[in-house]
Unconditional design. Structure first.
Ligand SMILES: Cc1cc2nc3c(=O)[nH]c(=O)nc-3n(C[C@H](O)[C@H](O)[C@H](O)COP(=O)(O)OP(=O)(O)OC[C@H]3O[C@@H](n4cnc5c(N)ncnc54)[C@H](O)[C@@H]3O)c2cc1C
Length: 309
């Protein structure tokens, strides 16, 4: 119930505008957000790289409804790719299609705009040997996101990939579909509210599907990201890797900034690849609410720390 409450709140425009402007809002968001500026995000990246952790930079934003805003979001991504090149950061970028125009105009106009903007990012990433991950949003975007990724992968093989969500029934066939084309996948459980007709309502079923799909991915020749903080799943993958003599570097674990830092470091020490997703920027509200939805106990934790400092 609390999950639905926070996911509902994540799309509340008035509360979003109020929270993003308030100093208190910015303070609490710093638990999961690396800062408001590109410079702060780069600093966080340098620190993580020094600990042996790779990064995916996310300039926060989504549900953008005008072209100038979409273009401004893209400009930040080009700045990030320039910084990755000049500062030799072990980093790539993650972007949402609704941040770069997917919802603007009609059903063909928006996707065409998003494809043009993300296409330019992927071209830039390919040029410097980096990579663009297209995050996955709610299920109305699943098929358009996959098709867009497939077209860009044809043009720039290896420079673009996307995300699949274990809570959707369709994901098993999507895993096969992308792996046969050599497209890199990040597997996550899924962070949106989806109807029972298309997604597993029970967490235990989502977890079981995650494990099944993760095994398909790590035994394929495609380099994939296993994005979870679920220690039981991490443990199952450790055992599976040992049992099947899979190279620890044939895939990477991915986790979110500020979550399970202990586990991130432990996995690096064990010789696994770890990438941390580093979100930053002033448009932090929907991202932050989804993190509360995943673990409502975070609200108590944040409140305690807010009044402490
Ligand atoms: C790198 C990365 C990228 C992602 N990209 C996407 C995307 O593109 N699309 C999408 O829909 N979802 C995305 N997600 C979110 C994902 O779908 C889940 O909502 C989220 O990761 C929580 O699931 P979990 O696998 O950690 O397992 P859970 O079963 O939710 O959590 C397992 C354990 O992890 C810890 N934990 C999990 N979440 C939190 C939290 N918010 N705060 C504190 N502790 C926590 C707790 O200890 C918890 O017991 C991404 C997640 C990661 C790690």
């Amino acid at each position: 119930m609390l999950r639905s409450f926070f996911i509902g709140l994540s799309t509340n425009k008035a509360f979003r505008a109020f929270s993003e402007r308030s100093a208190a809002g910015r303070k609490v968001s710093s638990r999961f957000v690396a800062g408001m500026s590109v410079a702060q995000a780069i600093d966080a990246t340098v620190q993580l790289n020094a600990e042996g952790i790779d990064v995916s930079l996310d300039s926060l934003g989504e549900s953008v409804l005008d072209v100038a805003h979409a273009e401004a979001s893209a400009a930040i991504y080009h700045q990030l790719l320039d910084a990755i090149e000049t500062r030799k950061l072990r980093a790539n970028v993650s972007v949402k299609l609704t941040q770069v125009g997917m919802d603007i105009g009609g059903p063909t106009e928006g996707p065409a705009l998003a494809e043009r903007i993300v296409g330019q990012m992927v071209a830039h990433a390919a040029h410097i040997g980096s990579f663009v991950r297209i995050d996955m949003e709610g299920s109305e975007y699943t098929e358009p996101t996959l098709q867009l990724t497939e077209r860009l992968h044809q043009q720039y093989p290896g420079a673009v990939g996307t995300v699949l969500q274990a809570y959707l029934f369709r994901t098993e066939s999507d895993v096969e579909r992308l792996l046969t084309q050599g497209i890199r996948i990040r597997l996550c459980k899924g962070a949106y509210e989806e109807p029972a007709g298309i997604a597993f309502p029970e967490k235990a079923d989502v977890d079981a599907n995650y494990v099944k799909l993760m095994k398909l991915m790590v035994t394929s020749p495609v380099f994939c990201g296993i994005a979870t903080h679920d220690e039981a799943i991490v443990q199952q993958l450790r055992a599976f890797v040992t049992e099947h003599s899979i190279d620890k570097r044939a895939f990477e674990f991915q986790m979110l900034y500020g979550i399970r830092r202990d586990l991130q470091r432990k996995l690096v020490a064990e010789g696994f690849g770890v990438r941390v997703y580093v979100p930053f920027g002033t448009e932090w509200y929907p991202y932050f609410m989804r993190r509360l939805a995943e673990r409502p106990a975070n609200v108590l934790f944040l409140a305690k720390n807010f009044f402490k400092s």
